[in-house]
Design a protein around this ligand. Structure first.
Ligand code: G1P
Length: 294
């Protein structure tokens, strides 16, 4: 029987230097897009896909993440007393009761591969998801990227990596895959390389922040030396995994916003603002007026 994806790993120990000074005392995963922090979008996406344990790999300066998913007694009782029930519900229902949060500390920021390895004691021998919260994805038809990937996982029963076509001159920002047996939506990965220069890149299909991995990856990460940027790269361990198992690439049905950089973050803010139930219409009006005056 195919094992369900019950655990998702959120590497959140990074420094977020691209957003300094906003991220001096606050993690980048807590940056809000309209009214929810990036990490909450990621957690909701996992929960929608059936994940029951959220495993956060944290570091220094990340206390606000556990606080965000925790009960906020003072705030809740104040909202209750003030009769602000709608707001109270928003605060109380951040995660459903059947979802638990586990926090592990990555003492040294040695790279994404190392962060994922920190989750081994909790994940053990199950397939699991990895979500990079700064890749914010709006799935078509309201179907989240991880839900889509979990379906592909059930079909192929192997590791699944989310990819999208990236501008050829930007391959140096991504893990880049080479594929075969492409049906337009999914394809077999034949090789993967971390942040190649455009002239060395095997394609322009970039990895975008979602993985479903089989547990064999842990042993392979342990054997992975430091790679690009002097870090232990998940990409290098996946390249090893290819020697033993199939890995399938999946192109998301939806749109991805690179909230790890300022322009992508602003685009997400505008588009999520436009789609927002309460604000959308007013915001659209404002943007129209603004564009007329530009
Ligand atoms: C990481 C991965 C890279 C992937 C990217 C997606 O890089 O190492 O393979 O393409 O996330 O966002 P980072 O952006 O953390 O440098």
């Amino acid at each position: 029987m195919v094992k369900k994806i019950r655990k998702a790993v959120f590497p959140v120990a990074g420094m977020g230097t691209r957003f300094l000074p906003a991220t001096k005392a606050n993690p980048k995963e807590m940056l809000p897009v309209v009214d929810k922090p990036l990490i909450q979008y990621a957690a909701e996406e996992a929960e929608e896909a059936g994940v029951q344990s959220l495993v956060f790999i944290t570091g220094r300066n990340k206390r606000s993440i556990p606080d965000h998913f925790d009960k906020a007694y003072e705030l809740e009782s104040e909202l209750q007393e003030a009769g602000k029930t709608a707001l109270l519900q928003k605060v109380q229902n951040i995660l459903p009761p059947n979802v638990s949060c586990i926090y592990l500390r990555q003492a040294e920021a040695l790279g994404l591969g190392h962060a994922v390895l920190c989750a081994e004691p909790v994940v053990a021998d199950e397939p699991f998801a990895v979500i990079l919260a700064d890749d914010l994805i709006r799935g078509d038809g309201g179907i989240g990227a991880l839900t889509q990937m979990a379906e592909i996982y059930e079909r192929y029963q192997c590791s699944i990596i989310l990819v999208e076509e990236v501008p050829p001159q930007e391959t140096g920002k991504y893990g880049i895959v080479e594929i075969e047996d492409d049906d337009g939506q999914t394809a077999n990965v034949t090789s993967i390389v971390e942040k190649p220069k455009p002239e060395d890149a095997p394609s322009n299909l970039g990895v975008v922040g979602r993985y479903i991995l089989t547990p064999r990856i842990f042993d392979l990460i342990k054997e992975t030396g430091r790679g690009t940027g002097g870090e232990i790269q998940l990409t290098d361990a996946i390249a090893e995994l290819l020697k033993y198992e199939k890995v399938r690439a999946y192109r998301v049905k939806g749109k991805r916003y690179d909230c790890g950089n300022k322009l992508g973050y602003l685009e997400a803010t505008v588009e999520f603002g436009l789609a927002h139930q309460e604000l959308g219409e007013d915001f659209r009006g404002y943007l129209k007026r603004l564009s007329d005056s530009l």
